[in-house]
Write a protein that binds this ligand. Structure first.
Ligand code: MLT
Length: 327
């Protein structure tokens, strides 16, 4: 059976599953220097979350490695092309955390329009800001979803139940899916920004989506619906780097944004005394979209089951680098 290393932690029930299948599981963080020095050659499988960065150089140095599993969705910390060229499949767990990220996104949207973080900070500082913190409802507002995959669809369902109008920009979206959600499909990102007062990000980080949310696009947002001046709001629970954080700070300062809520940042953890996180109309969370008991259990079990399948030579699910394998 295989030697598998888990470098960023995983739910205990998932470790147990791997061990019951006969695998030898080592739980340990490996430094970048050791990874570059070929430490992974001792293992046939590695399971990572986002902390371990598997660059092309590291993968090249890992001679015995046969499979890379990402216990989660995003694979931007793994050079999937180099892995593929070396015949190493990279697998992920794309569905396991959907509901948790949907719920966090809705939480951020509600927190934005009802000033929950500011209200709480005020109370802690002895301030009763009942008059200042007049919010707006989500009902009747236009929610722009950039990317319309599983998570955006879950957000759309809840937002629709709250009475929001759903807009999306997703160049890969089949029309019939948009119809199922009654979503208005925009042909350009700018058109979505011109129309929506609330924008939530649900796409991958790629060279095309890097800083897709920038100052110019934010300045297109209408700030009101009919005679209700609700301001403009941005939420990102997808990936850091899609939103240009200095543009967000600038837009909070000049009033083009009424609020910004980020769960993901270009640099994680965020630097100390980071101006954006100190702005009173900003609120954030430390990349906790998938950090629920339920999601972590599902992520771990789905990943472990897929790794077990690999070593039994069974058909793998969710291979993200299929196009590079044996290329
Ligand atoms: C994911 O890609 O699965 C989430 O962002 C969670 C994580 O990276 O831990």
């Amino acid at each position: 059976m295989a030697e598998i290393v888990v470098t960023d932690g995983m739910a205990p029930e998932a470790i147990e599953l791997l061990q019951k299948a006969g695998h030898v599981v080592t739980l340990k963080h490996i430094s970048e220097a050791d990874l570059l020095g070929g430490k992974l050659s001792n293992y046939e499988g590695i399971i990572v979350r986002s902390a371990t960065k598997l660059t092309g150089e590291i993968i090249e140095a890992s001679e015995g490695l046969k499979v890379i599993a990402r216990a989660g969705v995003g694979v931007d910390n793994i050079d999937i092309e180099v892995a593929g060229r070396r015949g190493i499949p990279v697998i992920n767990a794309p569905n396991s955390s959907t509901q948790s990220v949907v719920e966090l996104t809705i939480g951020h949207l509600l927190s934005s329009v009802r000033y929950l973080p500011r209200s709480d900070r005020g109370l802690r500082n002895g301030r009763w800001m009942k008059k200042e913190l007049k919010g707006t409802e989500l009902r009747g507002k236009r929610l722009g979803l950039i990317g319309f995959g599983r998570i955006a669809q879950g957000v759309a369902n809840v937002a629709k139940a709250l009475g929001m109008e759903i807009h999306t920009y997703d160049p890969y979206l089949p029309n019939k899916v948009a119809k199922m959600f009654d979503a208005y499909v925009h042909k350009s990102v700018d058109s979505l920004f011109k129309t929506c007062t609330h924008v939530s990000i649900h796409c991958n980080l790629t060279p095309e989506t890097y800083h897709l949310v920038n100052e110019k696009r934010i300045s297109l947002m209408p700030g009101k619906v009919g005679n209700i001046v609700c301001g403009n709001h941005i939420v990102n629970c997808a990936r850091g780097g899609i939103v240009d954080e200095s543009a967000v700070l600038q837009s909070l300062e000049n009033g083009n944004l009424a609020s910004a809520a980020l769960d993901v940042f270009e640099i994680e953890p965020v630097p100390e005394n980071y101006d954006l996180v100190n702005h009173e109309n900003f609120h954030g969370t430390p990349h906790i979209g998938a950090a629920t008991l339920e999601a972590q259990s599902r992520v771990g079990l789905d990943t472990a089951n897929n790794v077990i399948k690999f070593f039994k030579n069974k058909k793998l699910e969710s291979i993200v680098n299929q196009k590079f394998l044996n290329s």
